[in-house]
Design a protein around this ligand. Structure first.
Ligand SMILES: [Zn+2]
Length: 83
């Protein structure tokens, strides 16, 4: 079962469309119990899950990571570190 709608990179200003040959990533912010960011290799079953972003390349997934880090830079560090 193939989605007829081609995937488009979610990085602002990129707009690349998914083709079979290129290397895409899925990026999913996860909040509870701690704020984290999942970056996983492309998987058709995961691609349509709510809250999942699509990145056309390592460079674009890195941009998403940077944006996410910038948004969370003010968050208390101890939230993510449980020793
Ligand atoms: Zn892109």
């Amino acid at each position: 079962m193939k989605d007829p709608r081609p995937y488009v990179c979610d990085v602002a200003g990129c707009n690349n469309r998914k083709a079979e040959s290129n290397r895409w990533w899925l990026v999913r912010p996860i909040d509870p119990p701690v704020s984290s960011l999942n970056i996983i290799p492309w998987d058709d079953k995961q691609a349509d899950k709510p809250g999942t972003f699509h990145a056309c390349s390592e460079a674009c997934s890195s941009k998403m990571l940077s944006a996410w880090q910038a948004k969370h830079v003010a968050a208390p560090a101890e939230e993510a570190v449980k020793v």
